[in-house]
Design a protein around this ligand. Structure first.
Ligand SMILES: Nc1nc2c(ncn2[C@@H]2O[C@H](COP(=O)(O)OP(=O)(O)O)[C@@H](O)[C@H]2O)c(=O)[nH]1
Ligand SMILES: [Mg+2]
Length: 327
């Protein structure tokens, strides 16, 4: 009974603390925002409680994702856009996602310094996230950061990933609108086509248009682009280092936002997406854990490895056991 009481007291203490944190966060307290993102990201005690509370508070921020090869100017462009949106009275959150490794840590740090000037402004909040988990885990934690910032009153959220490949494409599932940032001279438009970037872009920025070859690059890109939801994605030329063309880009985004606002069901779609993804990620973790720890399943694996059991039949056994606890 004593132990139970102790446990109970602890739970109540955590609850009170979390509810205090959430209140602070909603009032815009920056330290509270940071802390809550960390709690959710790392699944610390109280994270479920906070998550549910925040989910009820809601907020429906406009989420813009940025994809494109490293060095094309995503961070610089976001800097300019943050200024642009601020001048229109919007509160801007920036989530910089580093899916990988200590390797890109340096680059991200560089970004942070560059973005620091913006973070001095009360209406801008910048958060870097490093993900230890899978790509799925990455979009799960990015969604959580978006939830927190939305509840804290940030109505526009920019998400940048320094990752390439699948992580980069995943951004489109988290964002309402995706900007693909390319630059001339590197044959980016052809690379982009290969990498699946053309499909995820709602708007294209041909950044570094001060460099040679930008006319050609825009032309080529326009040739490659196909209609998406009944319209061809606009290609906007920018020079992020001096914020040239960024107003045009902002206007294109605001235009998309208008349509997006009119589209009912967007929020519903996002919610069910999040559910699917959360279940998928948790299921994957559960599967890995069970495959590593369950003796019976270890045996099944061994039989597959030895060629005594085929993978399809083995999968039946594994699923039966995972889902229904069948021996
Ligand atoms: N010439 C030129 N350089 C730019 C432009 N935009 C960004 N850069 C530079 O390109 C480099 C990479 O920019 P960054 O924003 O870090 O790219 P990211 O990796 O896509 O985030 C930086 O040195 C920027 O100063 C531009 O429009 N023109
Ligand atoms: Mg960057």
């Amino acid at each position: 009974l004593y132990v139970l009481n102790k446990y109970h007291r602890r739970t109540i203490a955590i609850r009170a603390k979390m509810s205090g944190l959430v209140k602070k966060l909603i009032s815009g307290d920056r330290a509270a925002i940071s802390k809550v993102i960390t709690i959710l990201e790392e699944g610390l005690p109280g994270s479920r409680e906070i998550y549910s509370r925040l989910y009820r508070v809601g907020g429906n921020p406009f989420v813009v994702g940025f994809a494109g090869p490293p060095g094309s100017g995503k961070s610089t462009l976001i800097n300019c856009l943050a200024k642009e949106f601020r001048s229109r009275g919007m509160k801007v959150g920036v989530v910089a996602v580093d899916p990988s490794s200590p390797l890109s840590g340096g680059a991200l740090l560089g970004d942070r310094v560059r973005m620091l000037e913006r973070s001095l402004d009360e209406g801008v909040f910048i958060r870097s996230m490093a993900s230890r988990g899978s790509t799925g885990g990455l979009s799960v934690s990015t969604r959580k950061a978006i939830l927190v910032l939305g509840a804290a009153g940030y109505d526009t959220i920019f998400v940048e990933t320094v990752g390439v490949g699948q992580t980069e494409l995943d951004i489109a599932r988290v964002a309402d609108v995706t900007v693909v940032v390319l630059m001339p001279q590197t044959g980016d438009e052809i690379q982009a086509m290969k990498a699946g970037l053309l499909e995820i872009g709602d708007v294209f920025a041909m950044n570094k248009s001060d460099l040679q070859g930008s006319d050609m690059a825009v032309l080529q890109l326009n040739l490659f682009l196909k209609e998406k939801e009944g319209r061809k994605p606009p290609v906007i030329r920018t020079v992020a280092s001096s914020c040239r063309g960024v107003e045009m880009l902002a206007l294109a985004l605001l235009d998309l936002k208008k349509n997006w606002k009119g589209k009912r069901g967007r929020k519903e779609q996002r919610a069910t997406d999040e559910l699917r993804e959360t279940v998928r990620v948790r299921f994957e973790r559960l599967l890995e854990k069970r495959l590593a720890n369950d003796r019976k399943l270890a045996l099944v694996m061994k039989r597959v490895a030895d060629g005594r059991l085929d993978p399809e039949s083995a999968a039946d056994i594994v699923l039966q056991r995972l889902l229904y606890g069948v021996e």
